[in-house]
Design a protein. Sequence first.
Lengths: 274, 274, 320, 320
Amino acid sequence: MTTLDLPVRVHATLVTDRRELAPGVVLLGLDAPDVVAATQPGQFVMAIPPSGEAAATALGVYEAEGKRASLLFFVTGNRTRELSELRVGERLDVVGPLGNGFDLSGKPSRVAIVAGGVGIASVLLPAQALVRAGARVQLLYGARTAALLVEAERFNEAGCALALATDDGTTGYHGYVTDLLERLPRVDLILACGPTPMLRAVARIAATLGVRAQLSLEETFACGVGGCWGCVVPIVRTSAQAPRFPPANAGGSDFVNARICKEGPVFWSHELRW
Amino acid sequence: MTTLDLPVRVHATLVTDRRELAPGVVLLGLDAPDVVAATQPGQFVMAIPPSGEAAATALGVYEAEGKRASLLFFVTGNRTRELSELRVGERLDVVGPLGNGFDLSGKPSRVAIVAGGVGIASVLLPAQALVRAGARVQLLYGARTAALLVEAERFNEAGCALALATDDGTTGYHGYVTDLLERLPRVDLILACGPTPMLRAVARIAATLGVRAQLSLEETFACGVGGCWGCVVPIVRTSAQAPRFPPANAGGSDFVNARICKEGPVFWSHELRW
Amino acid sequence: MVETKPSLAVKLGKLRLEYPTLMGSGCYGSGQEFAPFANLNKIGAVVLKSVTRLPRLGNPTPRLVHTPAGMLNAIGLQNPGIDWYLDHEVPKYAKLPWRVVGSVAGFSVDDYAYVCERLAARDEIAAVELNISCPNVASEGETFACDPKLTASVVRACRATTDKTLIVKLSPNVTDIAAIALEAEGAGADALAVINTVRGMSIDAETWHPRLGNVTGGLSGPAIRPIAVLAVYEVARVATIPIVGQGGIETTRDALEFFLAGAAAVGIGTANFTDPRIPERIADELRDYLWNRNLASIGEIVGKANVGFANVYEYEGDEG
Amino acid sequence: MVETKPSLAVKLGKLRLEYPTLMGSGCYGSGQEFAPFANLNKIGAVVLKSVTRLPRLGNPTPRLVHTPAGMLNAIGLQNPGIDWYLDHEVPKYAKLPWRVVGSVAGFSVDDYAYVCERLAARDEIAAVELNISCPNVASEGETFACDPKLTASVVRACRATTDKTLIVKLSPNVTDIAAIALEAEGAGADALAVINTVRGMSIDAETWHPRLGNVTGGLSGPAIRPIAVLAVYEVARVATIPIVGQGGIETTRDALEFFLAGAAAVGIGTANFTDPRIPERIADELRDYLWNRNLASIGEIVGKANVGFANVYEYEGDEG
Ligand SMILES: Cc1cc2nc3c(=O)[nH]c(=O)nc-3n(C[C@H](O)[C@H](O)[C@H](O)COP(=O)(O)OP(=O)(O)OC[C@H]3O[C@@H](n4cnc5c(N)ncnc54)[C@H](O)[C@@H]3O)c2cc1C
Ligand SMILES: Cc1cc2nc3c(=O)[nH]c(=O)nc-3n(C[C@H](O)[C@H](O)[C@H](O)COP(=O)(O)OP(=O)(O)OC[C@H]3O[C@@H](n4cnc5c(N)ncnc54)[C@H](O)[C@@H]3O)c2cc1C
Ligand SMILES: Cc1cc2nc3c(=O)[nH]c(=O)nc-3n(C[C@H](O)[C@H](O)[C@H](O)COP(=O)(O)O)c2cc1C
Ligand SMILES: Cc1cc2nc3c(=O)[nH]c(=O)nc-3n(C[C@H](O)[C@H](O)[C@H](O)COP(=O)(O)O)c2cc1C
Ligand code: FES
Ligand code: FES
């Protein structure tokens, strides 16, 4: 058998705690030492539905410390509803961690993290790692309304400066979180996770500012492990993340379709062909 | 609008209590005064799945007293599993009561009730009504194994004499419950609910003994209200229960297909064309 | 600005319905069975169980089996035959405050025309649907909807018998449903019902027996919704007559998929087995949906699915 | 008395597999993607993603959408083309301890024959599957499996290029799948894969956009299982070559439905997206099932569904 990239397996975890952070927003703590040990900031797991009756769900690893990993998610359909109904002591099997997380190797000293809505779930681990490495981290965090700006204080505790924005003005800046990014003093690096329109804005602003940005993308997944080619995004051919099993370059186009689950979910914004 | 037979409606009930009587056997108490008020012994309800994602499930009304009705069921598939996961305080909507229950109008003085497995769920109400009316009631109750002979003491309390049978001999008579029926002193009436092979045996024995029997039949339901003709059983054309919208008598056959949900679920055994 | 309540009314040929919802044939009796717990003031019409020339006992049981997100049925057209039906059943429909649409099934062109004519002649019957797509009869029931020429013959023969609205119900079990739809329209159909059930089968791994007495049956419910939405979309691109879209509609969101794909009205069958309040809920929520979007009538969304790829990034596509 | 462990081995033409399970094309990569958390010692083979003559970028996103008890996909045959594939991918398969079956897609008879010949010539490839039934390409991909004559032409042309086992994958989107199966067998197929995905569509009621970038896609998963079981049953009644039954298999009970309907082996696709341990679980449980029934091999249950109505009461049936 060929050598494998990552020592991932299917992990049987137990729910240790469960909180409803806002209506329809759930934080599930899991007893999952193996997941904690293996997870890099920005990676995700595929949560296997306890009923066995739907596809597994891609969820970012929110916290990972000691034996406890956690998942933070919005209930948007059948599958997240089923996960939201898990109780303390029940079992949840997860595949992972999977994918390529944020690249924090450049030793950035000033970092802006932009999170939109549930995007917050993928940025606590990189924020903690950056603070630990001595960087000054500014979290720009936006949501539809104040109640959905969950876990902001957690980032405060982690040592981040905070700037909040809501679409309806119920808290913080009244408008898009990306507006805050435009006005920020210079940073070395931008990390972002959130809805695609927000990520596009971040990419545009980063290009204008001349700052490199890493974006954690989202797309509907099936396999989550690179087997089905259902989750692609076009990236420039020369990217280090261009898939080893390359998508076609029919007509000699300058881009290739990379799998978000395998080559991502985090990509350099300047390598995306958006 | 034409006049309607029964004042049935959709009832929003709340789960008041929940017990697991044996592995996979659940008793759900419901705050359901309207159901209690309307239910005749042997009727059933269609339980609407809380998720809204499957067909409603036909379940006999087990207990009905004061404001509390209860359902007793075996977890055999998706739908009963979903119902089994309901907790106290949660809501369950039911349609009913529906169907024609046991005919207790003949003032029988000695009655044998034969219950097989989950069939027990449909015979407590008729047992109670008969005892109240002064009849001597003998419950013959069989199951695969002792642990599944749930609620036997409840029938004792209700004033029934009990004879138990298990397929594996773990309790009571070692063999089929219908063997007990053959050896019983003479009764005026037999009521039975359970698996179809058991009901067939009851029908045969009743014919031999010359005792009239009422059988509560089971079949997969879709509508539960007579609208789809999915749940039929052939009965003799002359039965009072022959449907008013009569099934065909192609070729002049002597039977008609009656709907178990509408003309039944209880039928006189001698009118079934088995 | 919309000042009045948005209209949900729809016309299928000459038949005007206050609500764009038809209760699927075979699923709802005549409506009387559901009247105690459903609000039949808020439905468009009930399509009656299909009736044939001669009486039929239907298939042996089991006739129903639940499957993932759906069910298989093989009723086998149990019905008392047109004579008894006209004498004993149809008169009752005169008193009903909701519209009933007759449904005709048969085994020859002549069967269809004969039953259609007699049924359509009755005032109690608002319109007639031709079920040329029942998958659950041993003989050639479904071959009508699987063959463009036979479809045309049946529809033409029935068209000649009545001026009432003629709805032709199509089968998804074909290679090219749009071609059949065109034949039906060309032969005089006023509307198309899309789709009937999808053929299927289930086997019990313990007993090794098929789970249906008839061995095979028809699949309905949410499982088939994507198949039905596509069928409506494909038929809508070629047909000019209204479509009654059906197959797995359980929620307003589901119904909207069908309107956007090109259905003028929707059918609701299996969902009534989940919860009899669903048709009323859909009627109310459709009205809210239109109101919230300042739309005056349901007609404004029919066929409005935006297939222009505006939701995806600019994309060059393939050459190979 | 059975003394040894029941055998799960199966032969598809010349190809002998230890386990009667094939991981569905397009769902499982080459197996390497799943190897970290699935036990690939307990599968029969992996069917590789379909490859075409020229490279293809595939369809715009979204390419996937979850639907009730299933999913729609419209990948659009993204692949690097046969040249790059043979040079860079296929050599890696030499080292894999599991069997890989190549899958060929195309847009002309010549395409199929060309790619089939080059692929089949490689030692790394244990057998070849012809995907003549992909519903997700704008051009004529699926018309091959929808037309008996085209099916025969493709299979005949490919047959001439190789002695390796040739599996032909059929589409459920046809009026008569058995007729197509017979053509494929007559033209030299060694086995039939039944079924590919069912065509479907989904529309977002909020945005009015189709949920797939390609507008339409292929439905897979438990929702289509009854459709697939029937297709296998119908093909098995006419074909004499082995069938790989697939469509919505998630549990051992599901797999057994297919064996009983007449499949010699089963395909597992979408279920791997639910839980990658499913194929191993099915292998173990199939062995237990045979053991508990004193059966020596999986072959003893193939096609053994009892369609003799023994499960229903004596019944006269209809005359009408
Ligand atoms: C790498 C990655 C990381 C992620 N991390 C997180 C995270 O940390 N937290 C988080 O909350 N999310 C995260 N997501 C997103 C998350 O995976 C999705 O929100 C999740 O898949 C939702 O699943 P669902 O079944 O609940 O809802 P959906 O997939 O939205 O829908 C589920 C079902 O509902 C039905 N349905 C839904 N909408 C409609 C409709 N309009 N019409 C008809 N049917 C409909 C369908 O039948 C479908 O099966 C992540 C995604 C990725 C790719
Ligand atoms: C009048 C009447 C009264 C009744 N009263 C009671 C009562 O009081 N208590 C009681 O317990 N029961 C009662 N029943 C029986 C009860 O209605 C059924 O047991 C119930 O419908 C089971 O539903 P289920 O979905 O849990 O399981 P099932 O209907 O057995 O199966 C559910 C699902 O599992 C899947 N499935 C199940 N088996 C298989 C298989 N072998 N292969 C593939 N898929 C499968 C299918 O997808 C199906 O959707 C009554 C029935 C009737 C008609
Ligand atoms: C139990 C049952 C019986 C049916 N009987 C008929 C029938 O007699 N005639 C007919 O045209 N369609 C019949 N159908 C098909 C439905 O009218 C409808 O077209 C199909 O079920 C798809 O819609 P649904 O998913 O909303 O049920 C029947 C469907 C079911 C489930
Ligand atoms: C994401 C995805 C991609 C697929 N790609 C292919 C393909 O490239 N070639 C092919 O023959 N079948 C393809 N299929 C069809 C599957 O191999 C299988 O036949 C079908 O999904 C039914 O089985 P299932 O329900 O077990 O998935 C694909 C299916 C899915 C879900
Ligand atoms: S989800 Fe399958 S390749 Fe990404
Ligand atoms: S279940 Fe519909 S008629 Fe009985």
